[in-house]
Design a protein around this ligand. Sequence first.
Ligand code: HEM
Length: 512
Amino acid sequence: MAMAFLVPLALVALLAAAITWLWDYTFMRLVWRPYAIGKDLRRQGIHGPTYKLVKGCKEDIKTMKEETDGLVLDVHDHNYLPRISPHYLKWRAQYGEPFLYWFGPKPRICIFDYELARQILSSKSGHFVKNDPPATLLDVLGNGLALLDGIDWVRHHRIIKPAFAMDKLKMMTTTMLSCAQSMIKELENQAFQNKNGEIEVDFNMQFRELAADVISHAAFGSSYKLGKQVFQTQHDLMAINVASSLDVQIPGLRYLPTERNRHRWMLEKKLRSSLMQIIQPRLASTSRDYGDDLLGLMLESCNETKQGGKEGGLGMSIDEIIHELSLLLTWAIFLLSTHPEWQERLRKEVFREIGREQQPTADALSKLKEMTMVVLETLRLYCPPLFLQRKPIVDITVGGMKLPKGVAVVIPIPIMHREKEVWGDDVGEFNPLRFENGVTRAGKVPHAMLGFAMGPRSCIGQNFAMLEAKSALAVMLQKFSFTLSPDYVHAPTDIFLLKPKFGLPVILRRLD
Ligand code: HEM
């Protein structure tokens, strides 16, 4: 009898919960909030393209990008913005700055003001968090340091930071150099086999291998081979997710057994199993000493949070780090191939400070001033990350703008790296000399360079990245001269990071 009474009651409760969720999800999130936020910001003079139900502006972005996707640039033309950001260019011209647009139902304000960017990025109030990435991206990166916020971030940051102290990095230079040298040795052997001493190499691929090698050694120590398997799986997962990032996200679709989802699940399983193979032996250590490489620190960081908070660690965002590193090197080789006078200048510097045959040391690398300038100019013109995002967790006023809670601010790095008023009339040219007096004096505002971001959430690995880039370039310049292959097509593309769409085929010539 009681059962007969309880079942309809439970059904009614379920129905009520479903209606509340539906109301909250469909009406509040998809209809009311976009309307209210749009109105609020219009009142402040912030305009932008119209919000379309569920899709926001995703379709418009997709169409604009498809239209410019066929553009091919001259190799000396570094203005690839019409290829990768036609939507930002169009909306900035049409609505002024800042402007509001919609990534699906998520509101985003695109800003171009350096002072406003500085205030937001360097805020220590805890009111700005990194914008929540799409669920698909979260799957790949996990709750790595780059994606943590609040108290979790503070805890992880404290544990991971010592791994990037300069003395630790100097020790890692030996690993970086031995990885670069074994790559060069292999290339030399291949070049030897050709009568003219030349070979064609796709440096986009080559540097990905090198960066994976270096990071895998730094992060996983003796388990570096297994580490590389992990990266490959993460890379495959990322490819699936990037392919669907501009698709309209239908709630629940990611749980259905579609072909793409089943492939993703298979990769996720493989990833977990490779990670466990690496981690298990260290976890089994009774001394609770997990090792002092990055993996050891990550495990310590996870262990600490298991007792008091969410799981996480730096480890899962490693795929992104490898890409960033390899792309910085790729674009540096592109620029040195198209600017032979700078290639020669750097080679002379390497011969002067290191020698023709000698193995570079961390101290010798720090003397390569012109090389530092070239790497920084590469980062200005071809910065792998394309934007920075911060989202206020409370209603907040910043730089005179009243930002409603949850409205993400987007800072488009390649645009900020190309403003004539700040960088000067030669903004579109490769001119490493602009960094002669350091990063803060290269533009008219000291914080114009955003390649490693700024403030408390800036790149923890920037010294690592600079050292690795300089190690690899130094050993390349000692052994080879290089030019672009006639097959190279200049079409930088934004598959999550800035990449050469058709790779970077380069002709290498042995110096002797
Ligand atoms: C060319 C190479 C690199 C570039 C251009 C780069 C750029 C960046 C940028 C722009 C951020 C800030 C992201 C944001 O604010 O949303 C960041 C964060 C971060 N980077 Fe890098 N990075 C590079 C290499 C590395 C390397 C080699 C490592 C480690 C080995 C690393 C570790 C990190 C970590 C852990 C964060 C998150 C910091 C936090 O949220 O507290 N990065 N990177």
